[in-house]
Design a binder for this molecule. Structure first.
Ligand code: ADP
Length: 397
């Protein structure tokens, strides 16, 4: 069964074509600058070098036509006919409260995704463009929507409600949703496999640390708390997003700057590692500057690690303990310094890192806790695309 996975942004489209027999990636690529000058597509067939094509790409429908042509082309392609394509899986950011799992796309599902646009105004419209473009290009191929929010729909009200008048939840569904659910689901299931224990018996804390970051408390395979919220700024410090801040700060900025859009930009695009270090939103640059003695860069990395540590301890409190801590995404998979600093000082709760096992992993799966550590520490590379492909296969087989 061959499945195409699409992740559409407002001006970009990432794709991967899977052969589900063996779960191999046949081709993948990225279309950038859709609808703006300088559009281009970068396409990889298997492990071959990327092919880059620069051409005008007016909209997502045009982008999908180019992708399908590349998949069929004699030299770049991996399909003889589009009939080989069994289904398409779409990453959809917001499913609201109605969608607690992946679904086969229907007119009703499209209306549900539209209804959630006010909760994800940048992402859901782009995700819908991808779905509609695919329906136009291949009307007989089923589409599946896999929501970033779905996995966290098992959170209880005490975790998802904010301490504001209840009517805002009733009337407008103002609540914590959190995101990266596909990643938390994937790495928690994989962690249980690696540990050789049923997920139903485990209390896991998954740390998805990338440009955007979130932690999740996962008890018995169900997300019971997660650090992003109604939006994508709360929780731990991120690349350019602020993490938890006092509402007074937001009100103060509103008063001082006097413009909602500008304050939103400050908190989403100018804060986090970038805002504190003044160096970069990329942790590699921040770590490099810190190593050279840049005090603000050191402070930014320190605040990131401390914020992750605080969430780990609070999620352990909520679950009455923790069996394993799982690190994933760009920072979680690659920064041994971050993993070391996050876990340092948590020995009192049974978290004991093995310094040697923690180094030189570069995106490989590993158990990095000491053999006698009561709490296991794991690195599990995330694979949201594969998770989307699996759900798509399950729902369309
Ligand atoms: P996104 O949220 O955009 O998918 P990623 O999961 O790719 O982001 O994570 C990007 C982050 O991972 C960046 O801050 C980057 O610096 C960090 N990162 C990647 N490799 C390393 C590394 N070797 N050491 C430290 N940080 C790294």
């Amino acid at each position: 069964m061959k499945i195409l996975v699409l992740n559409c942004g407002s001006s970009s489209l990432k794709y991967q074509l899977f052969d589900m027999d063996g779960e191999s990636v046949l081709a993948k690529g990225l279309v950038e600058r859709i609808g703006i000058a300088g559009s281009r597509v970068k396409h990889n067939k298997g492990n071959a070098d990327a092919v880059v094509r620069e051409t005008d790409i007016a909209d997502h429908t045009a982008a999908i036509k180019i992708v399908l042509d590349l998949l069929l082309d004699g030299s770049t392609g991996v399909l003889k006919s589009l009939d080989e394509l069994s289904a398409v899986g779409h990453r959809v950011v917001h499913g609201g409260e109605k969608n607690d799992r992946s679904v086969l796309v229907s007119d009703k599902v499209i209306r549900d995704i539209e209804e959630c646009i006010y909760l994800a105004p940048l992402h859901n419209p782009a995700n819908l463009m991808g779905i509609r473009a695919m329906q136009t290009a291949l009307p007989n191929v089923p589409n599946v929507a896999v929501f970033d929010t779905a996995f966290h729909q098992t959170m209880p009200p005490k975790a998802y409600l904010y301490g504001i008048p209840y009517k805002y939840y009733e009337e407008d569904k103002v609540r914590r949703y959190s995101f990266h659910g596909t990643s938390h689901a994937f790495v928690s299931a994989r962690a249980a496999d690696i540990l050789g224990r049923p997920i139903e018996s485990l209390r896991l804390i998954t740390c998805h640390l990338g440009n955007g970051s979130s932690l999740a408390a996962i008890q018995g395979g169900r997300s019971i708390d997660s650090s992003l919220g109604m939006g994508t700024t709360p929780g731990v410090l991120m690349g350019t997003r602020c993490g938890d801040v006092d509402i007074s700060v937001v009100l103060y900025l509103m008063d001082k700057v006097g413009n909602v859009g500008k304050v939103s930009d400050i908190l989403h695009k100018e804060s986090g590692l970038l805002g504190i270090s003044g160096v970069s939103s990329d942790l590699r640059d921040v770590e490099e500057a810190a190593a050279k003695g840049n005090v603000r860069a050191e402070l930014a990395a320190d605040i990131l690690c401390t914020s992750v540590k605080k969430y780990i301890a609070s999620y352990a409190a909520v679950m009455g303990g923790v069996d394993a801590i799982v690190f994933t995404a760009g920072i979680g998979e690659n920064s041994d310094v971050t993993r070391r600093e996050v876990t340092k000082g948590l020995e009192y709760m049974g978290v004991k890192l093995d310094a040697a096992k923690n180094t030189g992993l570069h995106g490989k799966e590993a158990i990095i806790s000491a053999d006698d550590s009561p709490v296991k520490i794991l690195v599990v590379p995330t694979n949201e695309e594969l998770m989307i492909a699996r759900d798509t296969e399950r729902l369309t087989k």
